[in-house]
Ligand binder design. Structure first.
Ligand code: FAD
Length: 398
């Protein structure tokens, strides 16, 4: 054991204690594979980040398999559809009728809390507030992870490094530029989001395409709402009082929703830029990337957290098979398998973002095309089915 009370060697070193890292740690621990998680922030900081809230059915099944779905089933809200609002009217996309599936509304913060509690109950090691995390010898069979914390400098030897440290982490940055190929689209707007303890305006999510810009009425529970409005990239949160935000949101909703909107003091307010990003490959030597470390999608399709879970599903199975002596095919094929599913979600998120937002540069022609597509979508069962299939999550390839 090291002076930090940690083993000096583990099977899998997981970088990052976001949803990817924690879920991977939980699935490995339940299968008897040792892992240490090394996280840059404190637990409270990690829990304080307000992010995703819509879980695909496949994500819920994975959380069940990980043994962390009790509270999710007690408190999560099952949604059988979403509403699209445009031209002053709302149109429901009925998942249950179209494809017999649903999504569950349960906040990323709560998923993270459940995973943290499960990890603590197992007594599995996590290092928080680790700075200067560095990865070494990734192209050998004995990679190492170094970091600094209040106790000084530490090093951990391992068989595999799982890079679950998000877009700004050290893992992807440790892959030589000559091997890594990246694909990116940056959108010319962001989302201004507000979280408040008020009942949601409607039982299901409303995605609104309005001449003033996109708006989304979402929620985390029956008493906590999450609202967004499309905003310029030059906007500053300080310039948006709660009153100004809710006036803008109301102006983008249909009359019925605007009248039903209950407002209250914001408990969080932030602006997020929108971006699509994919890094290939997702494996380099003994380093395996998962989640936001490898790809980012604009939040319109609610795919970010779900894609992270889908990577972790493939990765945990591959690692467990490897340690059970069932071969390394899962690890060898990990990158290609993930990317096939990732690109489909990237395409859907790009398409839904393009359909629902007002773009400053597409002109009248672009606007007319958007209106035609919205009309087609709500008038054609085939088109609505395609949206439903992608929104609730495409099937896994096994
Ligand atoms: C502002 C914002 C809003 C979002 N809203 C939505 C949404 O509404 N819907 C949706 O589906 N998705 C949303 N997402 C995306 C979703 O939250 C992510 O896809 C999801 O968090 C991915 O999980 P992850 O574990 O891969 O990465 P992260 O959640 O980013 O976790 C990575 C972890 O690694 C840690 N870390 C970073 N660098 C290091 C380092 N060098 N060493 C050690 N640890 C490190 C970080 O502190 C973090 O805890 C949002 C993302 C952001 C940023």
């Amino acid at each position: 054991m090291s002076d930090a009370g940690l083993p000096r060697r583990t099977q899998v070193a997981i970088i990052g204690a976001g949803p990817s890292g924690l879920l991977l740690g939980q699935l490995l621990a339940r299968a008897g594979v040792d892992a240490v998680i090394i996280e840059r922030q404190s637990p409270d900081y990690v829990l304080g980040r307000i992010r995703a809230g819509v879980l695909e059915q496949g994500t819920v099944e994975l959380l069940e398999h990980a043994g962390v779905a009790t509270r999710l089933h007690a408190e999560g809200l099952v949604h059988d559809g979403v509403e699209l609002a445009f031209d002053g009217r709302r149109h429901r996309i009925d998942f249950a009728d179209l494809i017999g599936r649903h999504v569950t509304v349960y906040g990323q913060t709560e998923v993270t809390r459940d995973l943290m509690n499960a990890r603590a109950a197992l007594g599995a090691p996590t290092v928080y507030e680790a700075s200067e995390v560095s990865l070494h010898d990734l192209d050998t069979d004995s990679p190492r992870v170094g970091w600094r914390d209040a106790g000084g400098r530490h090093e951990l030897a391992c068989d595999w490094v799982a890079g679950c440290d998000g877009y700004h982490g050290v893992s992807r940055a440790s892959i030589p530029a000559s091997v890594l190929r990246t694909y990116e689209r940056v959108y010319p707007f962001g989302w201004l989001g507000v979280l408040c303890d008020t009942p949601p305006v409607s039982p299901e999510l409303i995605y609104a395409n309005h001449p003033r810009g996109f708006a989304l009425c979402s929620m985390r529970s029956t008493t906590r709402s999450r609202y967004y409005v499309q905003c310029g990239l030059d906007q500053k949160v300080e310039d948006w009082s709660d009153e100004r935000f809710f006036d803008e949101l109301r102006a983008r909703l249909d009359e019925r929703a605007a009248a039903a909107l209950v407002t209250g003091p914001s408990i969080e307010k932030s602006i997020a830029p929108l971006r699509s990003f994919v890094a290939e490959p997702m494996r380099h030597g003994r380093l395996l990337l998962a989640g936001d470390a490898a790809h980012i999608v604009p939040p319109t399709g609610a795919k970010g957290l779900n894609l992270a879970a889908s990577d972790v599903r493939y990765l945990s199975r591959a690692l467990v098979a490897h340690y059970r002596g069932e071969g390394s095919a899962g690890l060898d094929g990990y990158s290609a398998r993930c990317l096939a599913r990732v690109w489909k979600a990237v395409r859907f998120s790009w398409w839904f973002t393009t359909l629902m937002h007002r773009f400053p540069d597409t002109g009248d022609f672009g606007q007319k095309i958007q209106e035609a597509e919205l009309g087609y979508l709500v008038g054609s069962r085939a088109a609505a089915t395609a949206l439903a299939e992608n929104y609730v999550g495409l099937p896994f390839d096994d």
